[in-house]
Design a protein around this ligand. Structure first.
Ligand SMILES: CC(C)(COP(=O)(O)OP(=O)(O)OC[C@H]1O[C@@H](n2cnc3c(N)ncnc32)[C@H](O)[C@@H]1OP(=O)(O)O)[C@@H](O)C(=O)NCCC(=O)NCCS
Length: 336
């Protein structure tokens, strides 16, 4: 598609998949020194999903992709780009996107993964948008999928109560000169990174900087380490900033937003952002109570649930906003 012809990039279908196994706060209180009251009041999380041992990130991502293809009315052979955002790949390589291709039979797709922690899905959407708008690709499948249960230190109550497994997916396409009539239209994107803060949220061991040894595995250095309070503050500041920038780029204000679908890490972070933006609770989508923080999967899962439940409707202005390790942040403004 030549760049001088106006084109509109759009999400034409969504899907999600959550593993069957539910892990409640009460069950967790039998593993570490915690309780339902503490977890609920500090985070809003009541339960999370845990993938089966033989269920890899690509299995969850592929099921979410099948559901997204069905909702978009797209066949696997029409997909020519697969991007998987994940910090819990099936293997270091091949990429998880390659395994998704194999599982869904999307043989015409080029495949790669994106690592931007909890902002990964929105980084993926923005990457795909550029491929589509340049005319390089026609139909993209973007997935956020995580098996965080494999990265959690189940002896650390500071972190193990926060995370869960799951996957969400979106199908994207461009429409030439189709203007206002295209649903799921992307109006604006924002991305940012502050790598001075890499130490606040990380998995220090298990890769090239610190290959696994019996000793560091014993110290659980290949699991999630987080400075909770500092992370909380940056999450609020950056998600607010990313939201305001996206609205400004699109020439809109918070009053125009019909639904905010934020990264689901903590109920208190979500309400702090909504309050400061001036968006009322009924216009803020929350499912962190059911799933905890599934990193790159939270936004596509929430977008799919909002779409299928009718919480967002055709023509609504929808604001997606994320924050994660790096630190990274991103926002995407949609006209649904
Ligand atoms: C992790 C988080 C919930 C902790 O809440 P908090 O109000 O900041 O709590 P604190 O860290 O101050 O800890 C308070 C106390 O609770 C204790 N505590 C921590 N986890 C606990 C748990 N699961 N159960 C019971 N007590 C716990 C701490 O040990 C501490 O005890 P102390 O005061 O005796 O030392 C919160 O900081 C947070 O959500 N941070 C952001 C996390 C996030 O979103 N990460 C991902 C971003 S993508």
């Amino acid at each position: 598609m030549p760049s001088n012809i106006p084109c509109v990039c759009s999400i034409i279908g969504t899907g999600s998949y959550m593993p069957e196994r539910v892990l409640t706060n009460d069950e967790l209180s039998k593993i570490v020194d915690t309780n339902d009251e503490w977890i609920t009041s500090r985070t809003g999380i009541k339960e999370r999903r845990i993938a089966a041992e033989n269920e890899a990130t690509s299995d969850m991502g592929s099921e979410a992709a099948r559901r997204a293809m069905e909702s978009a009315g797209v066949k696997p052979e029409e997909i020519d780009l697969i991007i998987v955002a994940t910090v819990t790949p099936d293997m270091f390589f091949p990429s998880t996107a390659c395994f998704v291709q194999k599982k869904i039979g999307a043989w015409n797709a080029a495949c790669f993964d994106i690592s931007a922690a909890c902002s990964g899905f929105l980084y993926g959407l923005q990457t795909a948008r550029h491929y589509l708008n340049s005319g390089n690709r026609k139909t993209a499948l973007v997935i956020g999928a995580e098996k965080l249960s494999t990265l959690v230190n189940w002896k650390d109550r500071n972190t193990c109560v926060l995370f869960g497994d799951g996957a969400g997916a979106a199908i994207m396409r461009t429409f030439q000169d189709a203007g206002e009539n295209v649903p799921g239209r992307i109006l604006a994107n924002v991305m940012g990174t502050d790598a001075r803060l890499t130490d606040l949220l990380k998995v220090p061991g298990g890769a090239s900087a610190m290959p696994v040894t019996a000793e560091n595995a014993d110290q659980r250095l290949n699991t999630i380490h987080m400075e909770g309070r500092e992370t909380f503050k940056h999450a609020v500041t950056r998600m607010l900033q990313a939201s305001e920038e996206a609205l400004q780029k699109a020439g809109l204000t918070a009053a125009d937003v019909d639904m905010v679908i934020p990264h689901q890490a903590n109920h208190r972070i979500i309400t702090a952002i909504a309050d400061r933006l001036g968006v009322p609770p009924e216009k803020t989508f929350i499912n962190v109570d059911k799933y905890g923080n599934t990193s790159a999967a939270t936004i596509p899962v929430a977008l799919d649930e909002a779409n299928r439940s009718g919480a967002i409707k055709r023509g609504d202005i929808v604001l997606l906003v994320a924050f994660g390790g790096g630190f990274t942040w991103a926002s995407t403004l949609l006209k649904w």
